[in-house]
Structures are given as structure tokens and as C-alpha cells.
Ligand binder design. Structure first.
Ligand SMILES: *Cc1c(COP(=O)(O)O)cnc(C)c1O
Length: 463
């Protein structure tokens, strides 16, 4: 029995080339078969089709690389909810750029692991360049020491780390956040054994500074725990941005730590048109970024920017086989304290390639384009006699509903579109109603696509 070829070294590329041809063909044919933003028929049909195609998954005698790649990649593509389709617009689930996906292939082939320098010599240096570069975007005017950033699997891990760093600085902090905050923050307090969070109301979708002021002022006693405020720059449901400057002023006044979850909105920093929406962001102690949202990266591409790099020393960790003291003294970079993970993929490669390939202007163009499309969709909704717009979009999320439909009908419309394989729309509660949510992250989406989307909703609304 022959030993299958490896992906790396000088022979890897030759072994990969014919396999990649199979993968690309299967991706193409799967998308043609699917003919839309997601497969038709709903979960039972999709599961049955997948089982039939993929069985047996562990045969005694393997089917060979070409057959397995063709079968399973085709099945996955045929059954995908594909964010590259303009009508797949439910979540902060972005269509990755081809250039980023190509770079990710190199990351898989080389397989550097960022837990020790001897597994990732150049990747270590690239990660440092990238985290320094992005931290400087968030904190352009460093005070004493330059800011830093950790690479994470996404916003959830970045939010967890933000609360962990706060706990290590101040003891068991109580989280104060808006009702609009991402669920991962409250979950992180549970994980870290922190007190129950205090939730501040968010009328009109954003954290109410008056209520925050009251919460911060209320009778501090000897046993009031230290606190951390978390604001959101780009909420998951509506894309709203909390009033960052007012919140930072309150936190300064009350000497309270501030975290901003900018998983969605953080990339606006790169756009001359939209950067002003993030005024005040640099005043946060920590900032969550997530380039698999508004950054067109394949998952995973999260970061936590940290204003004071001294906060990170609490993550220092020793494991003799990875960062022995004498190795560190001899000059080998010590990376174990850059994450709570051990083995760690070089997710920085695809991000670095994208930043360099598109540049600031190229990325700003993508950001400005999807924000403009959201305004186009909002205009179409406003002009439509039977549709209601929730609010002018802040980033690229648009909430709307058929004017006379009940919440039950709206939920049903969404599921029907999913089952029929016609469109992937999200849902969100706001102002006491259920709304359909379109999160526009596809820069190739046209005004015609959006008109088509509204026609579909209209056609599924009972009269
Ligand atoms: C998506 C999101 C997160 C979580 O990020 P993951 O990458 O899914 O872990 C956190 N905060 C906000 C505001 C988000 O939209």
C-alpha cells in the first residue's frame, strides 16, 4: 500500500496541484447543483442527502484522495449556506475573499504552530508584525508602551480574554453591559466565576449613558466588587454603536475599566468615510476585533487589542518543552503566553496577505460598498408600501418587516425561505417586535439582488 504524499516541502506543491483541481471542480459543481444561497428541502432532506453521499465515512479500504475529495467537497458545497450568494445575508457570516482562502491553503500546507518558535520561525515574526500593525490602528497614539494584540478564534474568545485580563488586574470584576451586548460576554463571566453581570437598558438599541451613570454611582459599599464596563461597537442584532465617548467619560470619572466589543464595527477604522463612528474607541482598555465579520476572512480571524501590554504578563506560562528558561534567555521568542491555547494555527497569514493585497484603500472600498448597499436596501424598504424599516442602518445591517404581519408570520416567512432554499435572512427582536434581518457583507451584491430579496419576502407574506 503506498504512503500518501505530504502537503509541505519541495514535493508538496506537486502533490497538491491535481488534488486542488479536484477540489475546485467539486466546489464549482456543488454550487451549480445547489443553484442558490442554500440547499432546498430543510434539515431532514439535507441530512439524508449528505448521509447518502458520505457513507461510509470510515471504510475498511479507502476510496482514494480524488474520490473522497470529489464526493465530500461536492456534498458540502451542494449543501452549503453560501455567503458568496447575495441572498445569503442572515448573519455576520462573511463571504471570504479568494485571496484570503488561497493564503489559508498555504497555512494548512506549512502548518506552523504558534506555541513555540521552533514550530513557526517566520510565522512568529509575521504574527508580531500583524498584531503590532492592527493594535496601532486601534490605539494610534500610544502613551508609554506601544499597544499589543492577541490573535483569537473570534469575538467570543476575545471577549473572554478581555474579562480574564480585567479579573487579573482588579480581582473578580462585575461586568456592566448593555442589554444589546453579545451573549458571549455574560457567558464569559460564568466561565471565569465572576459575579452576575448588571445589565443596562438599551433604548433605541444603544447603551443608555444616564442608566450607566446611575449604575456606576449607586451606593458603592465595602463589598461592592470592582467593575468593568463593556460597550458594543456594532451590535449583532442591529449594527448599532454605543455612544463610546460618553461611556469612556463615565468610565474615566468612575475609574472603571472599559472594554469595547467591536467584533462587527471595528473594521470601520480602515474607512475614511466611517471611522468617525468609532471616535472614543481608543479609550477602551481592550477592544475585540473580528475579521471574519467585516473583514472578508475565512473563520477564524479574531483579535483582542490591548492598550497597556503590561496587562498581558498575567498570561505568561511555562512549559519546558516549548519555552524553557534557557531557550528564552538565549533569545528564542516566548509565545506560549500569547494565548490560552497551545497548538495554534497561523490565522495571521490570510489576514496579512489580505491587508497587503488590498491595502487600506481596497479594504475601505469593501467596507464603504457594503454600508452603501445597506442604505440602498433601506431606501427600497422605505419606498415600499407594505414594508416597514426599523431604522436607518448604522453599518450594514437592515431590519425590516411586512407592515401588517404578526411576529409569528415573520418567523414563518424566514423559515419558509430557508426550507425553499430561496434566501437566508436573520431575525432580531427590537422595539417589542420581531424583524427580518439582512446583514449585508457581500460587496458584489447589487441593487437588483436587493429588490429580488424584497420581492421574495413580499411573495411569502399572506395578504
Ligand atoms: C459575532 C460577535 C461576537 C462573537 O464572535 P465569534 O467570532 O462568533 O466568536 C462577539 N461580539 C459581537 C458584537 C459579535 O457580533
Amino acid at each position: 500500500m503506498s504512503t500518501p504524499p505530504l502537503a509541505g516541502s519541495t514535493h508538496g506543491p506537486d502533490a497538491l496541484r491535481p488534488l486542488l483541481a479536484v477540489v475546485l471542480e467539486a466546489l464549482h459543481e456543488g454550487a451549480v447543483q445547489r443553484q442558490g444561497p442554500l440547499p432546498t428541502g430543510g434539515p431532514h432532506t439535507v441530512t439524508t442527502r449528505l448521509h447518502t453521499a458520505a457513507h461510509p465515512l470510515l471504510p475498511d479500504r479507502g476510496t482514494g484522495a480524488e474520490e473522497a475529495l470529489d464526493t465530500l467537497v461536492r456534498a458540502l458545497a451542494e449543501g452549503a449556506a453560501d455567503p458568496a450568494d447575495p441572498l445569503c445575508a442572515a448573519h455576520l457570516h462573511c463571504p471570504p475573499l479568494a485571496v484570503a482562502a488561497a493564503a489559508d491553503l498555504a497555512a494548512s500546507a506549512l502548518n506552523p504552530s504558534l506555541d513555540s518558535w521552533d514550530q513557526a520561525p517566520a510565522a512568529t515574526a509575521l504574527e508580531t508584525m500583524l498584531t503590532t500593525t492592527l493594535a496601532a490602528e486601534v490605539y494610534p497614539h500610544p502613551q508609554d508602551t506601544p499597544p499589543d494584540a492577541l490573535v483569537t478564534t473570534g469575538g467570543t474568545e476575545a471577549n473572554q480574554l478581555a474579562l480574564l485580563l480585567a479579573r487579573e488586574q482588579h480581582g473578580p470584576v462585575q461586568l456592566i453591559c448593555g442589554a444589546n451586548a453579545h451573549h458571549s460576554l455574560a457567558r464569559a463571566t460564568w466561565l471565569l466565576g465572576l459575579p452576575t453581570p448588571q445589565i443596562i437598558p438599551t433604548p433605541r438599541g444603544v447603551l443608555d449613558p444616564v442608566a450607566l451613570h446611575t449604575a456606576l454611582t449607586e451606593h458603592p459599599t465595602a463589598d461592592t466588587p470592582p467593575r468593568i464596563v463593556a460597550a458594543t461597537a456594532g451590535t449583532t442584532d442591529t449594527g448599532d454603536i454605543d455612544p463610546l465617548t460618553l461611556i469612556a467619560d463615565l468610565c474615566d470619572h468612575h475609574r472603571t475599566r472599559l472594554h469595547v466589543d467591536a467584533a462587527y464595527g471595528g473594521a470601520l477604522l480602515l474607512s475614511d468615510t466611517h471611522r468617525h463612528r468609532l471616535t472614543g474607541l481608543h479609550r477602551a482598555h481592550t477592544v475585540t476585533l473580528d475579521l471574519h465579520k467585516l473583514g472578508w476572512q475565512p473563520v477564524a480571524a479574531g483579535l483582542l487589542a490591548v492598550r497597556d501590554p503590561h496587562d498581558l504578563t498575567t498570561l505568561d506560562h511555562r512549559a519546558d518543552y516549548l519555552n524553557a528558561d534557557d531557550d528564552t534567555e538565549a533569545g528564542l521568542p516566548d509565545l506560549l503566553g500569547r494565548s490560552l491555547r497551545t497548538t495554534r494555527r497561523p490565522d495571521i497569514l490570510k489576514i496579512a496577505v489580505t491587508l497587503r493585497a488590498l491595502g487600506r484603500h481596497g479594504l475601505a472600498h469593501l467596507i464603504d460598498t457594503v454600508c452603501a448597499r445597506a442604505h440602498d436596501l433601506a431606501d427600497l424598504i422605505t419606498a415600499h408600501p407594505d414594508l416597514q424599516l426599523y431604522a436607518t442602518p448604522t453599518i450594514s445591517t437592515v431590519l425590516f418587516r411586512p407592515t401588517h404581519a404578526t411576529d409569528h408570520t415573520i418567523a414563518h416567512i424566514r423559515r419558509t425561505l430557508l426550507t425553499e432554499g430561496r434566501a437566508v435572512l436573520g431575525r432580531a427582536h427590537a422595539d417589542g417586535h420581531l424583524w427580518l434581518k439582512a446583514t449585508l457583507l457581500n460587496p458584489h451584491t447589487t441593487a437588483d439582488d436587493l429588490a429580488g430579496l424584497l420581492k421574495l419576502v413580499e411573495g411569502h407574506t399572506p395578504r
